[in-house]
Design a protein around this ligand. Structure first.
Ligand code: TXA
Ligand code: MG
Length: 349
């Protein structure tokens, strides 16, 4: 299959291109498109055939459910049997935007889309190209991140092409995304709302609107029998080929430790990469030193993270060290992704 990459104006996508992309979706085909979080791989969420194509293109385990993307709040009526008050309040506050909510699903949603679950994850993205494509395609697009399963989510159309070239008919290229990590997922089907995946919308922001929430115990549990409620969170994910180790502590100790480790690696001939910030970039001596962003502009940290993990792969890094970001508001989400990419390897200095 030839993959066509179509450049679009991210603010005001060309109608003719959106119509062409929507025609593919309506026939059960796949189109990758930008959202404000990461690029998504879209199919008609109400066609089992579309969902099956997504799993095949990504090499994704079919028990890992897809998020249904809508462009209008009233679209919820067809796909959910019950809209809790908390969901209305969160939608008022954060939709369109980087928040996904879990609902009881209606019969209109095929089990192929929800990985066999009787719940459905729904998000209304804010990216104009995403909204235009969803509306033009009939209102319901199932879209996981548009990466090969296990690779970092794509934040540029080039990342999608690297993973999926030849496997999908079209990629809409709207340039770099704004947030760079996937949406916050909140489960509203239980007694107390639970955060299943941290994201740009923080727990404090959610609690300001609906009161007390809990973290899904499966997110942080060491007990192998306690699984995350979002099936996707159980897979090793976002992982670069190199061994990644996080280094936590006061920043002067962190830089000293990383420089010492990098020097040891050089003796052994291991190419070493460092993930740091604009504030600390000048303090490291290693083969590949990359700032992911500035601590003064938190979303710049999440925006470039996945691109860096891909770049270290491309440059043949054998070992990567990263600073930690727990002190930032976006730190919970960034550390969730980094910790899993690192297979939980952290050095405290
Ligand atoms: O920002 C995002 O959410 C991006 C963009 C494209 O919108 N999408 C995304 O999709 O990250 P994906 O498939 O890579 O991650 C979806 C996560 C998975 O961990 C999946 O297991 C979980 O959502 N999920 C989906 N439906 C669920 C459900 N009914 N119950 C619990 N978890 C669910
Ligand atoms: Mg994903």
């Amino acid at each position: 299959m030839i993959t066509r990459i179509k450049k679009i104006n991210p603010e005001n996508p060309e109608k003719s291109i959106i119509e062409e992309a929507a025609a593919i979706i309506k026939e059960g085909g796949l189109v990758a498109f930008p959202t404000e979080t990461v690029y998504g791989l879209g199919a008609d969420a109400l066609l089992a055939e579309g969902a099956k194509r997504i799993y095949a293109a990504k090499g994704r385990p079919s028990d890992n459910p897809l998020i249904v993307h809508i462009a209008d709040f009233s679209s919820l009526d067809l796909i959910t049997d019950e809209i809790p008050d908390a969901a209305r309040a969160l939608a008022d506050a954060f939709w369109p935007g980087p928040l996904t909510m879990i609902f009881k699903k209606s019969d209109a949603v095929p089990l192929a889309t929800t990985g066999g679950l009787d719940t459905v994850a729904v998000r209304m993205p804010s990216h104009p190209a995403a909204l235009a494509l969803i509306s033009e395609s009939g209102g319901y697009i199932a879209a996981p991140s548009a990466n090969t399963s296990g690779r970092p989510s794509p934040t540029l159309a080039a990342h999608v092409a690297f993973d999926l070239d030849g496997k999908i008919p079209m990629i809409l290229d709207g340039g770099p995304v704004g947030i760079g990590i996937e949406s916050t997922i909140v489960d509203l089907t239980g007694d107390v709302p639970q955060i299943l995946r941290p994201g740009y919308i923080t727990r404090d922001m959610v609690e300001d609107v609906i009161g007390r929430t809990e973290d899904d115990p499966g997110l942080t549990s060491d007990d192998p029998d306690v699984h995350p409620k979002a099936p996707g969170m159980k897979y090793r994910h976002y992982a670069p080929k190199a061994d990644l180790v996080l280094v936590d502590g006061d920043i002067d100790k962190v830089t000293a430790a990383i420089n010492r480790l990098a020097a040891e690696n050089r003796e052994k001939g291991v190419v070493t990469g460092v993930i740091c910030t604009a504030e600390t970039e000048g303090l490291y001596q290693a083969d590949i030193v990359r700032s992911t962003g500035s601590r003064e502009d938190e979303v710049s940290i999440s925006r470039h993270l996945y691109a860096l993990l891909r770049e270290f792969d491309a440059l043949g890094a054998g070992q990567i060290y990263s600073e930690c970001f727990s002190d930032l508001d976006i730190g919970t989400a960034v550390m969730n992704r980094l910790t899993r990419a690192a297979g939980h390897k952290i050095i405290h200095v």
